[in-house]
Design a protein around this ligand. Structure first.
Ligand SMILES: Nc1ncnc2c1ncn2[C@@H]1O[C@H](COP(=O)(O)OS(=O)(=O)O)[C@@H](OP(=O)(O)O)[C@H]1O
Length: 268
């Protein structure tokens, strides 16, 4: 493990966000005990993790779906490799839902033996790039960039948390036969959220009645999540992760309308 960079932790050739990496867990990552009913959301950063967390959490937890329980979405679907000390993963009751930005080759042995289910969300890298640029400038623990060109250099050199985006997506896709995995595309989910929820719940073998499906979809709309304090990470951002500036949020999309029309993807 190379600890020398302020922002990036190099673990076996892969960059993690230094400030929040769970180094104790990483030491024994390969042997991390996997249960048959574990479920992982795997993404490259800025590809829709928080969105998938919301969908999974409301598929699995009735109290979340019906808003009778006030649980931060992230606490229901915590990261495996981040937030050291916050949760003892081994003591969590089943079924455990996880999030992860890890590349395929760092997945614990049990995941490679198809013991857990994985939902891999991928997003158009142009949209990732713009989202990541704004996000890096907002988050205290990530390296800020002077402008989009500056960030593009880091992004295409893979000198960002998550390393090179293309390696991440290609790696998981080319090794898909080693895993019990469902691929979902962010942009397709945007086009048809209901079908995406049905596809995910069917893969997870979770029976939902019509009313449940409606509730999950409603909870997962951008408009709902943007203003739902349990879902939008605002408190976590403020108190745990740390902001560099008051501007920006996890659910930004301020440039969304430009994506279809502008060659610079709304970077300016
Ligand atoms: N409900 C819903 N619908 C559509 N899009 C959504 C939704 N929830 C989150 N998002 C968008 O996902 C982007 C954040 O990605 P991640 O959650 O993967 O970020 S992170 O890696 O966990 O930091 C981020 O994209 P940008 O807005 O383009 O930055 C979020 O807006």
């Amino acid at each position: 493990m190379d600890n020398t960079d302020t922002y990036l932790l190099n673990f076996k050739g892969y960059y993690l966000a230094h400030f929040t990496a769970n180094t104790d867990l990483l030491k024994n990552l390969d042997d991390f005990e996997i249960r048959d009913d574990d479920v992982f959301i795997v993404t490259y950063p800025k590809s829709g993790t928080i969105w998938a967390q919301q969908i999974l959490s409301s598929i699995y937890f009735e109290g979340h779906r019906n808003k009778t329980e006030m649980v931060e979405t992230l606490d229901g679907v915590p990261f495996l490799e981040y937030a050291a000390g916050k949760i003892d993963q081994l003591k969590r009751p089943s079924p455990r839902l996880f999030s992860s930005h890890l590349p395929y080759y760092l997945a614990p042995k049990g995941v490679k033996n198809k013991r857990a289910k994985i939902i891999y969300i991928y997003r158009n890298p142009k949209n990732i790039l713009v989202s990541y640029f704004h996000f890096s400038n907002m988050m205290a623990g990530l390296q800020a960039a002077d402008d989009i060109e500056d960030f593009m250099k880091m992004f295409f050199d893979g000198k960002v948390t998550g390393s090179l985006c293309f390696d991440h997506i290609r790696g998981w896709y080319e090794h898909r036969h080693d895993f019990n995995i469902l691929f979902m595309m962010y942009e397709e989910m945007r086009k048809d959220l209901r079908s995406s929820v049905l596809k995910i719940s069917s893969f997870l073998e979770r029976q939902l009645n019509e009313e449940d499906v409606e509730a999950v979809v409603k909870q997962a709309t951008f408009e709902n999540m943007k203003f739902d304090p349990q879902a939008n990470y605002e408190q976590i951002l403020k108190h745990d992760l740390g902001r560099r500036t008051d501007e920006g949020s996890f659910l930004a999309q301020r440039y969304r309308w430009r994506l279809e029309t502008s060659p610079d993807c709304g970077a300016k």
